[in-house]
Design a protein around this ligand. Structure first.
Ligand code: PLP
Length: 393
């Protein structure tokens, strides 16, 4: 075979979501879109907030020389300043434009961060269940993923994390609110995580970075809040995007924010700028940078996700599924009622429900449902969930 053996293998191992996508397309063609309950994709269906289009049109009218030119690899200084001001208030730490880098989404930001940090063989701790791309991103830059499970409530298992750290550990990636569980890590557990990492860094005479992947920060339910990671640990890096909170995943706009007290902040920023360039992103999209600079307070209508979450949780509970109601993001991660999650996802499919098996996120025995779909799809799926449960009894 002419293509890379490794990529061929990766493509096969990453096929769960794609398989669902293909199966979904087939089922929709055969039975009609309205008869398929597709909860397989985390692709936000809500429109961006109205300010988005208004700002986009205004800025498109305001062409000036250089509007589409190359710029500093880290992004327009005035954009970084606007984003830094908002993150400073979110994180309770004073971040300046110099500590910011605009990126092609959170995915671009994570790759830039890992490229800047990793030497071959460096270990990165990732927590299962995890966003499936993390393993590939770590591998992209020569790192080795060390997968550590969260506890039964999908909270940080601090003892297991502490035991996983060694002299090769360069970073840990956490994602809260979490895809796929909807968990938000508590302030106390983050503070303890910070202490564990600081102690380990001292023990091994090294620097260990805490990378917080936060694209769902603004999508939270009830009175949950996402605690500041920068208050918990000095060597922390926030990576995020506007993909979910402004519903702009196709526009590829995100950012990296560095804790202002990172000791090697200067060389790290330089390495990140170069990484943004040589990974081929060069800089984040110019027009989108100018748009988001003006939309720092804006967000999609969270009441819609809140409403869907209520409906979905009730349907699942009534049908006898066991799950933790998500605190944030737009996913539910119920237990598979039979041991084999892939088999149960097959049972769901027989009822025209599309879900992703937990093993696709490193945690067999569960399945993921994404509720970024119209309310009517959730409502209509109720009986199908009951039938799937009845089919295994
Ligand atoms: C946990 C997590 N991190 C990162 C990303 C990538 O986000 P972006 O589209 O901003 O690159 C996603 C997208 O689904 C995600 O769920």
């Amino acid at each position: 075979m002419a293509i890379s053996k490794k990529m061929n293998e990766f493509a096969r191992s990453a096929s769960w979501i794609r398989k669902m996508f293909e199966e979904g397309a087939r089922l929709k063609a055969e039975f009609g879109v309205e008869n398929i309950y597709d909860f397989s994709l985390g692709n936000p269906d809500l429109p961006p907030p109205p300010e988005f289009q208004k700002t986009l049109l205004q800025l498109a009218e305001k062409e000036s020389p250089g509007s589409h030119a190359y710029m500093p690899n880290s992004g327009y200084p005035f954009v970084r300043e606007a984003v830094a001001a908002r993150i400073s208030s979110e994180q309770g730490v004073n971040i300046s434009a110099a500590e910011m880098l605009m990126t092609c989404g959170a995915a671009g930001g994570l790759n830039v961060t890992l490229k800047a940090l990793l030497d071959p063989g460096d270990e990165v701790i990732i927590l299962a269940p995890f966003f499936v791309e993390y393993k590939f991103y770590v591998d992209n830059h020569g790192g080795v993923s060390k997968v550590v499970s969260t506890d039964n409530n999908f909270e940080l298992d601090l003892e297991v994390i502490a035991a996983a750290v060694n002299e090769k550990t360069k970073a840990i990636i956490i994602n809260s609110p979490n895809n796929p569980t909807g968990q938000i890590y508590s302030e106390e557990s983050l503070a303890e995580l910070g202490r564990i990492m600081a102690a380990a860094a001292q023990k091994y005479d090294t620097t260990i970075f805490l990378i917080a992947d936060e694209p769902y920060r603004k999508i939270v339910f009830d009175d949950n809040v996402v605690p500041s990671i920068m208050q918990a640990y000095e060597n922390s890096i926030v990576v995020s995007s506007y993909s979910k909170d402004l519903s702009l995943p196709g526009e590829r706009i995100g950012y990296i924010a560095l804790h202002p007290d990172i000791a090697e902040k200067g060389p790290l920023t330089e390495a990140m700028n170069l990484a943004n360039r040589i990974l081929g992103f060069v800089n984040a999209p110019a027009l989108m940078q100018r748009v988001v600079a003006e939309l720092q307070g804006a967000s999609v209508d969270n009441s819609i996700y809140t409403r869907r979450r209520e409906k979905f949780c009730k349907i699942l509970a009534d049908a006898g599924y066991k799950f933790m109601p998500p605190k944030g993001a737009f996913y539910i991660f119920p237990q598979s009622p039979i041991a084999d999650d892939a088999e149960f996802v097959g049972k769901l499919q027989e009822q025209k429900i599309l879900a992703v098996p937990g093993r696709g996120f490193g945690t067999p025995g569960y399945f993921r449902l994404a509720f970024c779909v119209e309310d009517a799809v959730i409502e209509r799926s109720a009986e199908a969930f009951q039938r799937a449960m009845a089919s295994i009894k």
